[in-house]
Every structure is written in structure tokens, then in C-alpha cells.
Design a protein around this ligand. Structure first.
Ligand SMILES: [Zn+2]
Length: 334
């Protein structure tokens, strides 16, 4: 999740069709509605073999437009899909000699996040920042370096930071659920970079985040894949934004607004872009179409990736919006 690139080698576990029981999702995660229509049949993505690519169904809420997985894998069984083929966990080293290029891309991603936060919030030494689902907490490190803010990061696992405790010693990093998080003070800035699309109960999470926010001056930043985007229309069921079955919901400007407004937040701005380069979604979707083995080294694919990025830049010169990612900026309702 969220750029976690711990560089760990995870043992490969095959996930054949029907290997894990599924649970029904009776209500829309954003509006609570029960009416839905079929949206897409999507095979499990970022897997090693054809047998691992079990089919899943996404439905669209007819009330608010949220696209969500139904049935889905019970949350406590989802670990079966975070195998040795899960590229983010393998970090830049999965790209062999091209690792520095990938690391530079992640650095640029953090810079964009810092710039966005600073555009919407006064961040300085007195500011308390909470990053939910921080993975490898390089964004918090960058923001703290730039502003001197107090930074708290949470994740379900410490795999993003446990191997390098010295590097992160100025950050307050916690393992666990935000519903059980105890903070000395409320947060002025709360960020969720590619976290919410994984969340099985996003309304509950956003209500909890509202409790953790200091007053109405606080700002929330939520970046997710944009279902109403060029890459989704171009790739359909092979769109990497689905990330089946790890993404439980796909948002667009309407459905994320519905969810935020129902959870105690007012939308300040919806940006049709984010820190994640939408070319990455485009490239991953193309690799899904080819059915590649994601557990292999990516070194031989790096030249194609880089050439594709150049072609993408030419094709979309000057266009940044609506390509695959959206960011919602919100403030607590009074
Ligand atoms: Zn809905």
C-alpha cells in the first residue's frame, strides 16, 4: 500500500481460483445504498501465474456511483494476495540496474505531496501531521525536513520502516488501526496517499479521522485512483487501478464527495490528478494485458517502461487532468 517499498522478499504463494472464501458486501461503502449494477469482471492483478488470476466482480452503486468489489476477500485473508509478485513491496531493487531511476520517481512523488500540502495548509514547527497508511514514511520525512512539523505515521505493519530505525527516528511511527490510535494532540494535517481504496469501511475511517482532526482549520488530503479517467476507459477490466482484489472501492469526484460529506467532512477542492504518475497505471495495465509474471525482475522491462513514458509525455503534452488519479482536499464540517 501507499508506496510501501520495504524491499522485502516475500515468499510466493499461489492463489488459485476459489482458494479463499469470499464475503458479500450488502451496502455501498460510500452512501449505504443497496441498489447496484454490474460494472466490470476483473481478474486478480499483479500476480505471477495465469492460475493465480482468479476473477472478481466490481459493481456500481446506482445511488452515488461508487464502484466496489462484491463479493470480496475477507480482510483477514487478503494477505494471500500480497505475495512475492507484489511489486511495491519489492522496492526499487526489483528493477535491477534501473533501481536509481525508480527511486528518483518515488522522490519526485514525495515532492509533489509536500508541495500540495503546503499549498493548502500552513505547515511549520507547530503543525501536527498524521499520515495514515504511511508505508515507507519518506513523505513524512520530506515534509518534516521542509517544515519542521511534528509527524505521525501509521500502518498495519512496520515493514516500511523496521529495517532502518535510525533514518526515521524523528518520526512518530505506529503499527495498528487508527481506530485504536492514541495521540497526545489532534492533527492539523491528515494525509491518505492511496490508502482509502484499500479500506473495507471507509466511512468509519473518515469519521474516526474527523475525531483526530484539530478544529475546522485542519485539512485532509486523500489521493486515490480515478475511475472516471482516461486510463480506466482505455484499459477497461485490465485497468491497473482496479488492483483486484486489494482495492475494495474505486472513486470518482462524485462518489468521493458523497463519502466525505457523509463522514463529517466538507470538500475544499477535488483535483483530477495526484502525486502518482498516471503513466504508471497505464504501463501496469498494459503489463496486465500481456499477463506478465510480476514476480520476475523488472530489469528487462525497464527500457520499455522508459520509452513508453517518453511517448506518454508527447501524447499528453500539457494535459495533466483526468488521466488516472484524483486528490480530494477536505476540511472538517463545522
Ligand atoms: Zn453509493
Amino acid at each position: 500500500m501507499s508506496g510501501a517499498d520495504a524491499g522485502k522478499e516475500v515468499p510466493r504463494i499461489a492463489v488459485p481460483e476459489g482458494a479463499v472464501q469470499r464475503e458479500a458486501v450488502p451496502r455501498c461503502l460510500a452512501c449505504g445504498g443497496t441498489e447496484r449494477a454490474p460494472e466490470a469482471k476483473v481478474r486478480a492483478q499483479m500476480m505471477a501465474t495465469r492460475e493465480d488470476r482468479a476473477p472478481f466482480t466490481f459493481v456500481r452503486c446506482t445511488g452515488c456511483g461508487l464502484v466496489f468489489l462484491d463479493p470480496r476477500i475477507p480482510q483477514d485473508a487478503l494477505g494471500a494476495f500480497y505475495t512475492g509478485a507484489y511489486l511495491p513491496y519489492r522496492g526499487p531493487r526489483a528493477w535491477g540496474p534501473f533501481a536509481p531511476v525508480v527511486a528518483a520517481g518515488l522522490w519526485r512523488q514525495d515532492r509533489k505531496r509536500v508541495a500540495l500540502v503546503r499549498r493548502h495548509a500552513e505547515v511549520g514547527p507547530g503543525t501536527r501531521v498524521l499520515d495514515v497508511g504511511c508505508g515507507k514514511p519518506s513523505f513524512l520525512e520530506s515534509l518534516r525536513r521542509a517544515t519542521g512539523c511534528a509527524a505521525v505515521g501509521t500502518d498495519f505493519s512496520d515493514s516500511g520502516w523496521r529495517d532502518d530505525p535510525g533514518r526515521w527516528r524523528e518520526l512518530d511511527l505506529r503499527v495498528g488501526d487508527i481506530h485504536e490510535l492514541h495521540l497526545a494532540a489532534h492533527s492539523d494535517v491528515i494525509t491518505m496517499w492511496h490508502y482509502l481504496e484499500h479500506d473495507y469501511a471507509p466511512a468509519k475511517t473518515l469519521e474516526r479521522i474527523r475525531e483526530l482532526a484539530a478544529g475546522t482549520h485542519a485539512r485532509l488530503f486523500v489521493e486515490v485512483p480515478d475511475h472516471d479517467s482516461w486510463t480506466r476507459r482505455r484499459h477497461g477490466a485490465l485497468w491497473a487501478g482496479y488492483h483486484a482484489p486489494r482495492h475494495t472501492a474505486l472513486y470518482d469526484p462524485d462518489s468521493i464527495t458523497t463519502l466525505l460529506e457523509r463522514s463529517g467532512w466538507s470538500v475544499v477542492e477535488i483535483l483530477r490528478r495526484g502525486s502518482l504518475d498516471p503513466f504508471v497505471l497505464h504501463w501496469m495495465s498494459r503489463m496486465e494485458a500481456r499477463g506478465i509474471d510480476w514476480s520476475e525482475s523488472m530489469a528487462s522491462r525497464a527500457p520499455g517502461f522508459l520509452a513508453g513514458k517518453v511517448a506518454w509525455g508527447v501524447r499528453f503534452r500539457g494535459r495533466r487532468d483526468g488521466l488516472g488519479v484524483l486528490t480530494a482536499v477536505a476540511r472538517p464540517q463545522a
